[in-house]
Design a protein around this ligand. Structure first.
Ligand SMILES: Nc1nc2c(ncn2[C@@H]2O[C@H](COP(=O)(O)OP(=O)(O)OP(=O)(O)O)[C@@H](O)[C@H]2O)c(=O)[nH]1
Ligand SMILES: [Zn+2]
Length: 211
């Protein structure tokens, strides 16, 4: 078991300064309820600002999480295993930073370890920590890959993300069923065609995978 220094600054994209109070957040929800055309003082909406504030704590909990820290514990006793490790179909729920609408989909993460492996749940935790923020999919994909690459220092990292953007399916252009596919390949996955193809064949055809 190993604990290493990440070299990544956890403050790089940390929580904003001067976070408003809970009361201020609830007042903002009441304002939006009025903007939507409803009456925040009617009985059914009285507790809604508090519920929304609590929901925000879940939807945006990634701002208080440090993905690099999640990867600190690694295991060396793997009998020299140095092949690809892939975690596929990791469901995520994120939120588009343009409209604050959900982005729902699956992430597939692969890496080739050097002398240590990480617990597989940690790969899913890293996906969650970056997805529970306001995001653009390209940035989220790159953040997951770069963090794994910089902290684990493996031979390579591959990340493919497929997401349905509710800002596209429930408003605006109204195109349900469209998935956006993004990928970041680092190290040997970027340099070597065969390695990249092996990963892509393990995760299967992305276009059929959203459900
Ligand atoms: N590249 C990228 N675009 C995104 C993502 N999420 C949402 N978008 C797009 O961001 C764009 C924002 O465009 P704007 O023209 O500023 O906003 P808008 O008037 O609401 O655009 P429409 O969605 O076309 O109605 C839209 O085209 C969205 O589809 C993402 O993760 N990556
Ligand atoms: Zn959007």
């Amino acid at each position: 078991m190993n604990v290493q220094n990440t070299g990544i600054d956890p403050e790089e994209e940390g929580p904003v300064q001067q976070r408003p109070t809970r009361e201020e957040a609830e007042a903002a929800v009441r304002l939006l309820l009025r903007w939507a055309g409803d009456d925040p003082t009617r009985e059914g909406l009285l507790d809604t600002p508090g519920r929304v504030a609590r929901a925000y704590e879940q939807w945006f909990r990634g701002y208080s999480e440090d993905p690099a820290l999640m990867l600190q514990r690694t295991f060396e006793e793997v009998e020299g295993y140095d092949e690809m490790v892939v975690l596929r179909d990791i469901r995520f729920e994120s939120y588009c930073e343009h409209h604050m609408a959900p982005i729902i989909g699956k992430a597939h993460v692969g890496y080739i370890p050097t002398d240590r492996v990480v617990g597989i749940s940690k790969l899913a935790r890293v996906v969650d920590a970056f997805s529970k923020r306001l995001q653009v999919q390209e940035k989220m994909t790159a953040q997951i890959a770069t963090t794994l690459y910089e902290v684990l220092r493996p031979i390579g990292v591959a990340v493919v993300v497929e997401g349905e953007h509710h800002c596209m399916s429930t408003r605006g252009v109204h195109k349900p069923g469209v998935s956006m596919v993004t990928s970041t390949m680092l190290g040997i996955f970027r340099e070597d065609d065969r390695t990249r193809k092996e990963f892509l064949s393990i995760i299967g055809n992305p276009t059929n995978r959203l459900s």
